[in-house]
Design a protein around this ligand. Structure first.
Ligand SMILES: Cc1ncc(COP(=O)(O)O)c(C=O)c1O
Length: 402
């Protein structure tokens, strides 16, 4: 038994930190027989294991470099590959000094917060939003203002009033955080018109936009929408863009990237030097070699077809088994359905659903004020095809039994 009184020693941040709500639910999802619609995991059945093994030849060829410490801003060949590959989405080939490779987008978020936030500064987030972002931001002392999302994404028309009132109330607003494509959890995509408005608003109120886009490559239906980064024709430096290999390749690589104004990136690089010196060069080199061999280009259409079928199977299950007052939109891509069963208590439903052998994530996990009780997020990418209908059936039965 430790004899240290940790409560008397810990920082305020450590005293106030709470476990991630999703990770707290995970122990239930591991119960044998439970179908998990909970975590936002890709399908391991389609991980390109053989192609990664092939790519590991880079260790034999370039091991002397790859096993060494690397540059803090990332493995140069990978940065170059990403800049070229992403050019159509970014509107141009971004320069090396605009990009930083991070250990997951999660690290990019943390670094961005560390260079922009003083304790008590405010971030405008979507309601609902990604709990991991709330967590990273809280760790850096953030306060929040939340703006609703509808089927076209963040309700940007509400922003001016929120910003003006927030400033009157003493909020030092630093940036607006938006998950632009197939948002986690709502599945919605910010429309092009709203993206343009958001840029204007950011300029008018002198704010930064953090465009988080880990799902953007996974579109199953509908037309793609330009990134906010590419719409910033003046190259104002106001937009910081993040993407990751986690959802489109393999989260175990922990390889992601963030793009923004070189001055900002330079500061993030300096902070990163104090955090981990550099992201794993082994992981970056593996991802690079996998991409260089042309595998990513083949893999994306494969998972798009695979996940699109899974989305349809989950929706078919919902149509068949969920109560007729359940509200949801069909996501055009990404990983999630966002369901509302008006008046239901999703925390109580969660335990009932576990009894019935299915797991999801409860609505309040996605709101900074803990609202959203009658919402739930279901992930359709992880469960196996035959589990999607069965899981929907179990969810429907749990709702009835509540
Ligand atoms: C919207 C969003 N941003 C960022 C992340 C973090 O991704 P990474 O695995 O790259 O850290 C996630 C993961 O679920 C996410 O949903």
């Amino acid at each position: 038994m430790s004899s240290v009184n940790w409560n008397a020693r810990l920082s305020d941040i450590a005293l106030n930190v709470k476990p991630s709500p999703i990770r707290a639910l995970m122990k239930y999802t591991k119960t044998p027989g439970v179908i998990s619609f909970a975590g936002g995991n890709p399908d391991p059945a389609v991980f390109p294991v053989a192609e990664f093994s092939e790519a590991s030849a880079i260790l034999a060829r370039e091991g002397k470099d790859v096993l060494q410490y690397g540059a803090t801003d990332g493995y140069a060949p990978l940065k170059d590959y990403i800049a070229k590959w992403m050019a159509p989405r970014m509107g141009r080939e971004t320069k090396p000094e605009e990009m930083l490779i991070t250990t997951g987008s999660q690290e990019g978020m943390d670094l961005l917060c560390s260079v922009l936030l003083n304790d008590g500064d405010t971030i405008i987030v979507e309601g609902p939003t990604y709990p991991g972002a709330i967590h990273a931001m809280r760790n850096r002392g953030a306060r929040f203002l939340s703006v609703p999302c509808d089927k076209d994404g963040l309700c940007v028309d509400m922003l001016p009033a929120v910003i003006e009132q927030g400033r009157k109330d003493g909020h030092r607003i630093k940036f607006i955080y938006t998950i632009v494509n197939f948002q986690n959890p709502s599945g919605s995509t910010l429309s092009e018109g709203r993206r343009a408005k958001l840029l204007d608003i950011a300029e008018k109120y002198d704010l930064i936009i953090f465009e988080d886009d880990p799902y953007g490559h996974l579109r199953y239906t509908g037309n793609s929408v330009p990134t906010i980064f590419s719409m910033d024709k003046k190259e104002s430096g106001r937009v910081v863009y993040a993407c990751s290999f986690s959802k489109i390749l393999a989260p175990g690589t922990r390889v992601a990237w963030i793009v923004g104004d070189p001055e900002l990136m330079q500061k993030m690089i300096m902070i990163k030097q104090g955090t981990n010196l550099c992201s794993s060069v082994v992981a970056q080199a593996l991802v690079y070699e996998y991409c260089r061999l042309g595998h990513l280009e083949g893999f994306l259409p494969k998972i798009i077809a695979h996940y699109s079928k899974k989305r349809d199977a989950m929706e078919a299950g919902f149509k068949k088994y969920l109560p007729s007052n359940t509200i949801y939109n069909t996501p055009e891509g990404g990983f999630f359905f966002w369901l509302q069963v008006p008046g239901i208590d999703s925390n109580a439903l969660f335990m009932k659903a576990i009894e019935h052998g299915v797991a999801f994530v409860t609505g309040p996990s996605f709101f900074v004020d803990g609202s959203g009780l009658d919402f739930m997020r279901t992930c359709f990418t992880f469960a196996q095809p035959e589990e999607l209908e069965e899981g929907a059936k179990r969810l429907g039965a749990a709702i009835k039994a509540l």
